[in-house]
Structures are given as structure tokens and as C-alpha cells.
Design a protein around this ligand. Structure first.
Ligand SMILES: [Zn+2]
Ligand SMILES: [Zn+2]
Length: 339
């Protein structure tokens, strides 16, 4: 079978490998397609903080069960599945509380260990979620990023019937906003400086899509929501200057959810948080239920993905796809690579 490995920054190496041997407890997957994530781009650029090269990326997957080990229950040849790529210890305190996403020994398939940028992949079935057999392949590959959106908004205690503002209209921001609406938020606003991504957020049914190159985040929020402002602001941008705007725009007694991956430290006035009783809430990926919610929302037709998939490339042109993403960052939402 073929696989693609990031051998060094900006360089994919295509290799011929044998189809993995199965243990009696594993499932062999035939990969149908996978998504390229912002974190994949960080790995590919050699800028991912927690990933060492060489590595086979790939954690947003649509696959079919090709073969099952003899002890495997609940999965059969031909089942359509996606992977929840968190490998957790199951023993640390967060794991015992069911917060596997913040396991003290968390590893992610396709980041800390080889992933699914290959034709066949052997895996323990506990990492698999069934999806409806008729769900489109590309939609199945989008379940993982949508689960990030679900996991993000569910960190909030205030989003139900509340005013939610999502800063950043890329794939994750778009999915946080759509998940918020699908799970019962009141009004949802998305902000960005990329008008194309904002227009798309509008098409996805987001109530407000505001270009903050023309006005401040604070004004945008007050114009739309009056003195109640935002109950929740979700940061999907992770840029220090934007964080300053978020702090300035936040209302006393509101929540700020940190979903984007910051690459640099941020300086800010702690009294702006302390004296106004703002909750700064960290967020990391998802738990099992978030994945199931994502599959349900997708299946109920509550998520628009007409333009979320911005490009589709065959596996043979994966290197060209990554080059394209580097050359046209504003035109890329989610790239799908088909096997
Ligand atoms: Zn991802
Ligand atoms: Zn753990």
C-alpha cells in the first residue's frame, strides 16, 4: 500500500509499505479520504510544538472496515466509520473523570504517532465511531473538526439561549458557530477579516457575520446585541492582538473560550478579567459524547458544509495540495484528499 510521510518540513515522502498485520483485537480500515487540518499544516511546516518528525499525518478520516480480528465485536466488514484519534492512558485523574481529552498522557493519532495518510490502517475499535452508511465520505471526514466545534461550545455554561460570538471564520470557527446554533444558542455572530469566509458563515445560517477590518470587535458586538453584549466569546484565531480586542469587548460576568492554538505568549491586564469576573476557559478537542453529537448534528441536516470542503485532491497530488494551501491560505477552508 501507499503512505505519505512528512520526512522533513515542506516535504512529503511517498512510500510503499505492506498492509498492516492485524491482531485479534484490531480492525483493518480501508481509508477512503481524509481532511487536512490547520494542525497538519503546522506539522508539515515543522512548527507543531508537540510533534516530532518524521510522521505520517492524518486524523480526520472516512474509512470502511476491511477486516476484523476474531475478538472484535460490534464492527463488521463494510461498516462506514470515522476515527476519534485521541490515545489516552485511561488511568490518570482526568481520564477517570471522563475528560479523556485532557489526559495527562494524551497522544493524538497523526500527530504524536503515525496516522491515516495511507491506504490501510490497523486500529483498536475503541477509537472508532459508526456513521450512517449513506453519509457522504467528505462529510464523515468533517466529523472530527465538527466535534472540536461541539467540544468548544460545550465548555460554556452560558451559551444556551445566549449571545455567542465566534472570533475567526475558518473551518473550526464556522463549526463552533454552527454547533452553537445546533445545540441551542440564542444568537450567534462570527467575525473575521476574510470576507469570503464571512459570506460563507452567512450561508451556513449564522445570524451575524461581521468584518472586523471595518469596525472594532467591541462595536460589532454592541451594535448587534446592545448592552447584554456577548455571553460567550470563542477565540478561534489565537493571535495576541486579537486577544486584546476580545478582552476589551467582553462583558463583565461573561465567558471567553480559548479554542485556537496560540504560538506565542500573550500580555494582558489581569484586572480586566479579575475585576469583571470573566471566566477564561481553556478548551482541547472533544470527548466521546461530543463526537456522537457531531455525527447526530451532521445526520439531522443541522450543519451546512456546501463550501466547507474548499478543494479535493487525489492522494497522488497530496504534495501539490499542501503547496496550494501554502500559496492560497485565504482560499482554503478544508482540503480533502481522496485515496
Ligand atoms: Zn483536525
Ligand atoms: Zn489519562
Amino acid at each position: 500500500m501507499k503512505l505519505a510521510r512528512v520526512a522533513e518540513p515542506f516535504h512529503l515522502q511517498f512510500e510503499e509499505a505492506s498492509v498492516p498485520d492485524l491482531t485479534e483485537d484490531q480492525v483493518l480500515l480501508k481509508i477512503l479520504c481524509f481532511g487536512v487540518c490547520a494542525s497538519d499544516m503546522q506539522i508539515y511546516h515543522g512548527k507543531h510544538k508537540y510533534c516530532a518528525m518524521p510522521v505520517v499525518m492524518g486524523h480526520e478520516v472516512c474509512a470502511i472496515v476491511e477486516k476484523t480480528g476474531k475478538n472484535v465485536k460490534g464492527f463488521h466488514v463494510g461498516d462506514k466509520v470515522t476515527i476519534e484519534p485521541q490515545v489516552t492512558c485511561g488511568e490518570c485523574y482526568p481520564c477517570r473523570q471522563g475528560r479523556f481529552n485532557v489526559c495527562e498522557h494524551l497522544k493524538v493519532i497523526g500527530v504524536h504517532m503515525d496516522g491515516c495518510n495511507c491506504e490501510y490502517f490497523a486500529i483498536d475499535p475503541r477509537y472508532l465511531h459508526h456513521v450512517p452508511q449513506d453519509m457522504k465520505d467528505e462529510m464523515v471526514a468533517l466529523v472530527e473538526p465538527l466535534a472540536v466545534g461541539v467540544g468548544s461550545i460545550k465548555r460554556s455554561q452560558m451559551f444556551k439561549d445566549g449571545n455567542v460570538v465566534v472570533v475567526g471564520a475558518g473551518t473550526i470557527g464556522n463549526f463552533v458557530a454552527q454547533a452553537a446554533k445546533g445545540l441551542g444558542a440564542g444568537k450567534v455572530m462570527v467575525t473575521d477579516i476574510n470576507q469570503k469566509k464571512l459570506d460563507y458563515a452567512k450561508e451556513c445560517g449564522i445570524d451575524y457575520a461581521v468584518n472586523t477590518s471595518a469596525c472594532s470587535l467591541k462595536d460589532a458586538i454592541e451594535d448587534a446585541f446592545g448592552d447584554r453584549k456577548a455571553d460567550v466569546i470563542v477565540d478561534c484565531v489565537a493571535i495576541p492582538s486579537v486577544f486584546a480586542d476580545i478582552i476589551a469587548a467582553a462583558r463583565p460576568n461573561s465567558e471567553i473560550i480559548l479554542t485556537g492554538n496560540y504560538k506565542a505568549p500573550v500580555n494582558f491586564e489581569i484586572p480586566m478579567v479579575q475585576r469583571r469576573e470573566i471566566s477564561l476557559i481553556g478548551h482541547m478537542m472533544y470527548v466521546w459524547e461530543d463526537f456522537e453529537d457531531a455525527i447526530r448534528l451532521m445526520n439531522e441536516g443541522k450543519i451546512t458544509i456546501s463550501k466547507t470542503v474548499s478543494q479535493v485532491f487525489p492522494f497522488s497530488q497530496y504534495q501539490e495540495a499542501l503547496n496550494f494551501a501554502d500559496e492560497h491560505p485565504d482560499d482554503v477552508m478544508k482540503m480533502i484528499i481522496k485515496m
